[in-house]
Ligand binder design. Structure first.
Ligand code: IMP
Length: 196
């Protein structure tokens, strides 16, 4: 059977991601215990990209905490950030007096997380921490504190495990590096054989 997607280079396999998310969950729990937290954090996932990461964390953290979702988009189309962050759905999340833990797939320029932290703190959250699966420190434009980071990566555009390019490749189980050349030759080969 021919593969259904281009053979992009795998940066982190699903197994590696699972292991790291377990470590992050342990660190989150340790910090909560050390702080003597009496209430669980209010988990807020930045959709759509962070959904798989948030789902995993939810499964691994005790108590099946609810995960609220907020939509934020700084990418219009393609791989270049527009610089503008549009937020929707934040008004439905009861953050007042809560310790918010923002769950993000990848922090790039930092604009999205900066905008969301400002929003939730402005809405009365007691604190707003950030857990991100991936971070590209070399791309930062706005300095944001990242409390829990799965992996730091170089300046590459990545896909899979929730992350997409104009809606494509989100469902890939691994995190892969996008390569337009690999995509072009895959499509060319598929077209020649009458495939996708
Ligand atoms: P920031 O506001 O520049 O930090 O961008 C964060 C958002 O941009 C993420 O939530 C992703 O949706 C998107 N993004 C940034 N880098 C990548 C990438 O390499 N692949 C897929 N999406 C990305």
């Amino acid at each position: 059977m021919s593969p259904s997607h281009p053979p992009f280079r795998v940066l982190f396999s699903r197994d590696t991601i699972l292991r790291r998310v377990h470590e992050l969950a342990r660190a989150i729990q340790d910090d909560l215990q050390a702080a003597g937290a009496t209430t669980p954090p209010c988990l807020v996932s930045v959709i759509e990209g962070a959904r798989p990461f948030a789902r995993l964390l939810q499964q691994v953290l005790p108590g099946q905490l609810p995960v609220y979702e907020v939509r934020a988009s700084s990418y219009g189309r393609g791989t270049v950030s527009s610089g503008q962050v549009a937020v929707s759905g934040a008004e439905r999340i009861p953050v007042q007096g809560q310790h918010v833990l923002l769950l993000e797939d990848i922090v790039d320029t930092g604009r999205t997380i900066a905008a969301l932290r400002a929003r939730f703190l402005g809405d009365g959250a007691r604190s707003c921490r950030v857990a991100t699966l991936l971070s590209k420190p070399s791309r930062r434009v706005v300095e944001v504190p990242l409390d829990y980071t799965g992996f730091e990566i170089p300046d590459e555009f990545v896909l899979g495990f929730g992350m997409d390019l104009d809606g494509r490749y989100r469902e890939l189980p691994d995190v892969v590096i996008y390569d337009p050349e690999v995509e072009r030759s895959f499509r060319g080969a598929a077209a020649a054989t009458g495939g996708a």
